[in-house]
Ligand binder design. Structure first.
Ligand code: G1P
Length: 288
């Protein structure tokens, strides 16, 4: 079975990036030369999706503007010998449709995903949190989809997190003998932002999910939880009544772009990995 839609929650106020976010959505802050949301949309495209539902809040219309095709920009890119970029934008516009469900009030990540219910339309779907940039040989969603085809159910991406930081994450609880393969585990629970001492494992959820449509019913019944918000993790836990839940330990490097310094690090490391920018960055580093 194919997954068509990736839901990208992007309705947050971007408080950590103030004053920048007074005028520009956080998701448009660049890593080298592309906004963070551009990379995650490309990940969805490369994983076979054809519909992107970006959940926005009033005042974040610039996100819509970014993904609108522009003949003038296309022309400019092609006259400035930036054909590769023009081609990349063209491919996104030709192969993807975009919709923009609105979250009127910031009631939490679970509520933001629930706002995409109509846009998703009753099928399994992916969720991508645009703060988490995952860079690897194979897109993480594509890795997860392979595991999901073998074991249908709800899937969360996980990575090992040091104890000192685990209370900032959703944390999974493995089922006894739950190992499906070296990267896929059956779960018996999941909890949002537990205190480090009671965390059920050291595997924290990272922003990639493949979810069954029944999650929407579960989210509709979910009350505010950790930090007073309607949590996606709680909705997924509730959905264990209908579908098995799995964690997938992905293969990729993660950049947490949810803070200004995380974003800086992502830019620096990605510029070092790119053939067109690596030499110049190495040159500056010699001087530091
Ligand atoms: C969200 C999720 C959490 C997950 C994290 C990953 O939390 O609620 O389960 O571990 O993203 O980045 P937030 O970072 O929005 O507090």
């Amino acid at each position: 079975m194919r997954i068509h839609t990736a839901v990208i929650p992007a309705a947050g106020l971007g408080t950590r990036f103030l004053p920048f976010t007074k005028a520009v959505p956080k998701e448009l802050a660049p890593v080298v030369d592309r906004p963070t949301i551009h990379y995650v949309v490309q990940e969805a495209l490369a994983s076979g999706m054809d519909h992107i539902a970006i959940v926005v809040s009033p005042g974040k219309e610039a996100l819509q503007e970014y993904f609108k095709p522009s003949a003038a920009i296309d022309h400019l890119l092609r006259t400035r010998a930036m054909d590769a970029v023009a081609h990349e934008l063209q491919e996104m516009n030709e192969r993807l449709t975009f919709s923009y469900p609105v979250q009127e009030r910031q009631l939490g990540l679970g509520h933001a995903v629930l706002c995409a219910r109509e846009a998703v339309g009753g099928e399994p779907f992916a969720v991508i949190l645009p703060d988490d940039l995952l860079v690897g040989d194979e897109p993480v969603l594509a890795q997860m989809l392979r595991a999901w085809q073998r074991s249908p159910g709800n899937f969360v991406a996980v990575e090992e997190v040091p104890k000192s930081r685990i209370s900032a994450y959703g944390v999974v609880e493995l089922a006894p003998n739950g190992e499906i393969d070296s990267r896929t585990y059956r779960l018996q629970g999941v909890v949002e932002k537990p205190p480090a001492d009671t965390a059920p494992s050291n595997l924290g959820i990272v922003g990639r999910y493949i979810l069954m449509p029944e999650v929407f019913d579960s989210l509709a019944e979910t009350r505010p939880g950790a930090i007073g918000e309607i949590q996606l993790t709680d909705g997924i836990a509730r959905c264990m009544a209908y579908h098995p839940l799995y964690a997938y330990r992905y293969q990729a490097v993660r950049y947490d772009c949810g803070t200004p310094l995380g974003l800086l690090r992502a830019s620096l490391e990605m510029a070092l990995a790119r053939p067109d920018t690596a030499a110049e960055v190495r040159e500056w580093r010699k001087g530091t």
